[in-house]
Design a protein around this ligand. Structure first.
Ligand code: C5P
Length: 232
């Protein structure tokens, strides 16, 4: 399983997204559809990209009471995506409900990945506003362990945390890692970044790459550079 490059299609319309994917003539990269595109275009954009032959990570980060998440995941399971996610902060009962809901009648299901603490949350904000007194890295590992106990497949984390997540939750527990930049590229608003090659070295299973590919002069070449560095 795994070792793939997922392109974050952070566009706000179907036209822009399909025009971007058309550049890959013949190639079918794994794509991430987030809230922006999903809320703009609805489930039809997922069906359309799936019908074009792409694998899809539907990044909607569910977080609600267990019954609502279970039923919502059941609806999402019909979109036939390959990966979905939720917030580990929803507790193990919510994660278990999600797994039950997302399992299709034939027993298959997409990979289910947990968000631990968002990388936009600093340790200071987490402690002061959320009243979580532990250090943030301990909180992240604890949430990852909860996700593993609930039966989830992995977590979204910084590539820098991927090794520690594998040590805590097992080598088979997946790490899906944004925060990827080329050695000679712009960091933008990402702070703790690694190159695709470093992410491979630390043991990421999937890298999620947005602007280094979507904003590149030649997106296909940038994607292939990611594949060459990360998958080899
Ligand atoms: O453009 P860039 O490569 O920074 O895009 C990274 C993608 O990964 C974006 O879709 C962003 O929302 C997502 N992401 C992230 N950090 C997280 C979780 C998701 O950058 N902790």
């Amino acid at each position: 399983m795994g070792k793939d490059v997922i392109i974050a299609c952070d566009f706000s319309s179907k036209e822009e997204t399909l025009a971007f994917l058309d550049k890959f003539s013949g190639k079918k990269p794994y794509v991430k559809i987030g809230m922006e595109l999903f809320y703009a275009e609805g489930p039809s954009i997922v069906k359309e990209i799936k019908a074009r032959g792409h694998q899809i990570f539907l990044d909607l980060k569910l977080h609600d009471i267990p019954n609502t998440v279970k039923k919502s995941m059941n609806v999402l399971s019909r979109l036939d995506v390959d990966m979905v996610n939720l917030h580990a902060a929803g507790t193990r009962a919510m994660m278990e409900g999600a797994l039950e809901g997302v399992t299709r009648p034939d027993g298959t299901r997409p990979l289910v990945i947990a968000v631990t603490q968002l990388t936009s949350t600093s340790e200071e904000r987490m402690q002061e506003e959320l009243l979580i007194n532990s250090p943030i890295d301990q909180t992240v590992m604890h949430y990852a362990a909860n996700a593993a106990k609930a039966g989830l497949d992995g977590v979204v984390c910084s590539p820098m945390e991927a090794g520690k997540v594998h040590d805590t939750c097992g080598a088979g527990f997946l790490t899906v890692t944004p925060g990827i930049r080329f050695a000679d590229g712009e960091k933008g608003d990402q702070v703790r970044v690694t190159t695709p090659a470093q992410a491979k070295e630390i043991g990421s299973d999937y890298i999620v790459v947005g602007r280094p590919i979507t904003a590149a002069a030649d997106p296909v070449a940038a994607y292939e550079r990611c594949i060459a560095e990360f998958v080899g």
